[in-house]
Design a protein around this ligand. Structure first.
Ligand code: FEO
Length: 170
């Protein structure tokens, strides 16, 4: 059994992961509307992965005998100035999630909650990956600048992303 405080913090992270899925779905819809189908696909795969992250929290909370509490999910954005702004926001969002995971790890350590600490290890590693991928894409946008050809090629590259294989598909 984990503490009520830890349960509450894990439920809040569950909400953040589901919001992440919602945010990336909104970004996918934005790209679809702009006919950038590769980027739309990349964001959709990202959203699916965030849902899986959320479900990892959902399952863990129940496995340790606590109760899941679902709360309202924040409304994501709808309009962006262009693809660069979308991926910049995605990168900043991942930095926010990393901070949140680190705070959870701190709390688990304070509480000497080894089960939760071990569970969170996967997320610590995952966030290193997530930030690196998002940062890499932002840098690619910086390289291509205003080039329409570059945008077309990046769209094609991002569209090759497949579920669970993100590091090789940016
Ligand atoms: Fe589940 Fe992208 O952090």
């Amino acid at each position: 059994m984990i503490s009520a405080k830890m349960t509450d913090a894990l439920n809040k992270q569950l909400n953040k992961e589901l919001y992440s899925a919602y945010l990336y779905l909104a970004m996918s819809a934005y790209f679809e509307d702009k006919n950038l189908k590769g980027m739309a696909r990349w964001m959709r795969v990202q959203a699916d992965e965030e849902h899986i992250h959320g479900m990892k929290f959902f399952d863990f909370i129940q496995k340790v005998g606590s109760r899941v509490k679902l709360e309202q999910i924040q409304q994501p954005g709808f309009e962006w100035s262009g693809p660069v702004e979308v991926f910049q926001e995605a990168f900043e969002h991942e930095q926010f999630i990393t901070k949140s995971i680190n705070e959870l790890v701190d709390l688990a350590m304070q509480e000497r909650d080894h089960a939760t600490s071990t569970f969170l290890h996967w997320f610590v590693d995952e966030q290193v990956e997530e930030e690196a991928i998002a940062s890499d894409i932002v840098q690619k946008f910086n390289l291509i600048g205003d080039s329409k050809g570059g945008l077309f090629m990046l769209d094609r590259e991002l569209g090759s992303r497949i579920m669970g294989a993100a590091p090789n598909n940016v």
